[in-house]
Design a protein around this ligand. Structure first.
Ligand code: PEP
Ligand code: MG
Length: 325
C-alpha cells in the first residue's frame, strides 16, 4: 500500500467534484523539510519553533533563529512556511536557569503567555521571523491565544519588532500574514472579535480537545476521556471553520486530527480546505481526498454534527469512510 501511495506524490489533492485541497506538513526542525519534500506537501502549515529552544541552557539568539527560519523558507522554494512563535510550557519546558515549571503546566505560563511575560525574548523571535520573511513566503502564527487583550498585546510587540528593524534598515515582508491558533474554547467562542485583527486561523485540535474536555492530553490515567470526536469538540471546530470563512479568511487544522485519514471526509464536509499534518500522513490523507465528494461529505458531516451519542458519531464516521465518495 505504501508503494501505491507513492504514486500520489506528484498528484494534486483534488476531490471528485474538483475542489483543490491544500495538504501541508508540520515540522519541528529545519532538518524535517526533507521528509516534507518526499511526500510533495504544499508547504509548512506548522513550524513548532520551540524545538529550537529545547534541551539547551542558553536560548538561540536572533542570528541563530534567523538562520533556522531562513533555511526552511529558502528550502521550500516559494511554498509557504507558517512559523509558530514559541509554545513553551506544558510538556515542553525550558532548561534555562530562569525557567520555573508551572504549578499546573497545561494551565500555567505557557505559549503566548510565556512570550508576553518575556518581551525581550519574544521581540528577538519576532525580529528573526520578520527578517526571514525577506527570503521566502513566511506566515506568523501565535499559539494559545485566549482573548482579545492577549492578541492586541502580541500585535503591539510585533509592531515594535517591525519598528526596530526599520531603524536598523533590515528588510522584512511588510505584508507578513499573521494568524492565531484556536486551541482554547474561549477564543473559538469570541472569534468574531479576533478575526478583524488577523489574516488566518489554525485550529490546534490537540489542545482544543484537552481544554474543552478538561483532560490532560499527556495523562494516560484519563486517556480514555481524551476524545477528539466528542460532539463538543466537533461543534467547536465546525463553528471556527464557518465563522472564519464567513469573514473571508483562511482556516486550517494543524492538530493530530488533520493527519487521521479516517476524519478527512468529515473535515471536508465541515468546509475545511487546508490541512497540516505529519509528513508521513500526507499521502494517506491525499488518497481520501481524491475519492471524496464535498457535496456528499457535507450532508454526512451535518448529520454527525447533530448527534450527541458517541457510539452513533463513531458509527456515522465509519459509514462516511466506507463509501467510495
Ligand atoms: C495542537 O494543540 O493541536 C497543536 C497543533 O499544537 P501542539 O500539539 O504543538 O500543542
Ligand atoms: Mg497546541
Amino acid at each position: 500500500h505504501q508503494a501505491s501511495l507513492g504514486n500520489l506524490v506528484h498528484q494534486r489533492a483534488k476531490t471528485l467534484d474538483d475542489w483543490e485541497i491544500k495538504l501541508l506538513a508540520n515540522i519541528e526542525l529545519p532538518s524535517d523539510v526533507a521528509a516534507l519534500k518526499e511526500v510533495g506537501a504544499d508547504g509548512v502549515g506548522l513550524f513548532r519553533s520551540e524545538f529550537l529552544f529545547l534541551n539547551r541552557r542558553q536560548l538561540p539568539d536572533e542570528e541563530e533563529q534567523l538562520t533556522a527560519y531562513k533555511t526552511v523558507a529558502e528550502g521550500l522554494l516559494g511554498k509557504s512556511v507558517t512559523i509558530r512563535t514559541l509554545d513553551i510550557g506544558a510538556d515542553k519546558g525550558l532548561d534555562t536557569d530562569e525557567y520555573v515549571t508551572p504549578l499546573n503546566p497545561a494551565l500555567g505560563l505557557r505559549a503566548i503567555r510565556y512570550s508576553l511575560a518575556h518581551p525581550d525574548m519574544f521581540l528577538t523571535q519576532l525580529r528573526a521571523i520578520l527578517r526571514a520573511s525577506a527570503f521566502g513566503s513566511i506566515k506568523l502564527l501565535l499559539p494559545m491565544i485566549s482573548g482579545l487583550d492577549e492578541l492586541q498585546q502580541a500585535l503591539e510587540l510585533l509592531g515594535q519588532a517591525r519598528a526596530q528593524l526599520k531603524e536598523r534598515k533590515q528588510a522584512y515582508d511588510p505584508d507578513l500574514p499573521v494568524g492565531i491558533m484556536i486551541e482554547i474554547p474561549s477564543s473559538a467562542l469570541i472569534l468574531p472579535a479576533l478575526l478583524p485583527l488577523i489574516d488566518f486561523v489554525s485550529i490546534g485540535t490537540n489542545d482544543l480537545t484537552q481544554y474543552t474536555l478538561a483532560v490532560d492530553r499527556g495523562d494516560a490515567e484519563v486517556g480514555h476521556l481524551y476524545n477528539e470526536t466528542h460532539p463538543a469538540v466537533l461543534q467547536l471546530i465546525a463553528h471556527v471553520i464557518d465563522t472564519t470563512h464567513k469573514a473571508k479568511k483562511k482556516v486550517s487544522v494543524c492538530g493530530e486530527m488533520a493527519g487521521n485519514a479516517k476524519l478527512t471526509r468529515l473535515f471536508l464536509g465541515m468546509g475545511l480546505r487546508e490541512f497540516s499534518m505529519q509528513a508521513s500522513q500526507v499521502l494517506s490523507v491525499k488518497e481520501r481526498v481524491l475519492l471524496a465528494s464535498i457535496k456528499k461529505s457535507r450532508k454526512k458531516a451535518n448529520e454527525i454534527l447533530n448527534l450527541f451519542e458517541q457510539s452513533k458519531i463513531n458509527a456515522k464516521i465509519k459509514e462516511l469512510n466506507q463509501k467510495t465518495h
